[in-house]
Design a protein around this ligand. Sequence first.
Ligand code: GDP
Length: 444
Amino acid sequence: MAFESLSDRLQATMKRIRGRGKVSEADVKQMTREIRLALLEADVNFKVVKKFVKSIQERAVGQEVLKSLTPGQQVIKVVQEELTDLMGGTQTKINFALKPPTVLLFVGLQGAGKTTSAAKLAYYIRKTHNKNPLMIAADIYRPAAIKQLQTLGGQLNIPVFSLGDKVSPVEIVRQGMEQARANHHDLVLIDTAGRLHIDEGLMDELEQIKEVSHPDEVFLVVDAMTGQDAVNVATAFNDRLSLTGVVMTKLDGDTRGGAALSIRSVTGTPIKFVGMGEKMDALEPFHPDRMASRILGMGDVLSLIEKAQATIDEEKARDMQQKLLSVTFTLDDFLEQIGQVRNMGPLEDLLAMMPGANRFKGMKNMQVDEKKIDQIQAIIRSMTPGEKTDPDIINASRKKRIALGSGTSVADVNRLLKQFKDMKKMMKQFMGKGKKRNPFNLPF
Ligand code: GDP
């Protein structure tokens, strides 16, 4: 997981100070020393670390904190706020053109994820803002880039403008823009070539592309795994092209986090989106405050809810809630619920967004056993409708049949039936106490 080691270290530091009824200047000093080391180890730019630690020190020994009734918690609040600030404060949104089309230019080194991110963002904006995008394939140097964009465009049903790899990128973009206007596209995304290193020829070409396309956003795509190097790349691109935003990719990998924490502070360019996987829906708007909370183990409940809203069919969810309230929740419903939660993405990622996930023993490094879930689905699918509605009728011989049909054992079937029973009992208690249903308390 990204930020894991940083997150662990900061949380250990915070834990020591959290419950304190009294915090001395020496305590703050000790804490900032630990934070400093944790950030340096996470490959955060040293100038950024210095500034960050200084502001925490100043604020934490200020009157408002040390004299407050809960100094430990106040100090943590300060750290959370400063971490949020470091990553840009509030979320920065896309700058849409007053007069369409809105043009987004993607630049960056080879392999950073430009082509993938351009397609992901086209898909995302079409969904969230109801736009009609056109993608322009202007990377004529990487052999497979044009084909890759065309394939993605085909999957997403988004048109791609290309003139092959024999025409200059500047000309491709010029003609692509004409086509966008002629066909009334209100959103244009331009995928450009990257090199392995920054080079003059590339920068000149990008400047010309910028001139002919008048982009509303110049997005630098950087790979979070490259750490400090991402910051150097951003500085070089920013000097020549005046970036307006960063798309940070591969945050699903186990990056230490240095790039994500330094880039805004060093270049002044905010991270606007983060890539969280190779799939087309694995792109999220970047919220500095939520990311800070996630790093400090306070969870990111808002993102979790948004994810749920985006993938779970609301009507079905309401229906499910009704069933739960009346306790007519069947194994069929259970099966559907598993499917819906699964659609939200890998369970490990969802767990990481829950508050205090790191604090639970055994949760950390826990590999959610997706195979077990396959097994549960297979077992339920092997039941007859009657059995699914009324599992009490499942006797020994039925269990044997179900186990055989699902390629599992009678013990597996028993375990599932018990889990389901326990879950229903728990739901009943939840309802009894008038509490809201927790949609994530699946028994695995
Ligand atoms: P380009 O050379 O900058 O156009 O890079 P590509 O878009 O071809 O991406 C390079 C590789 O990184 C591809 O295999 C992508 O699938 C992968 N990739 C891009 N974004 C992400 C991401 O957010 N997470 C992960 N895990 N892989 C990504």
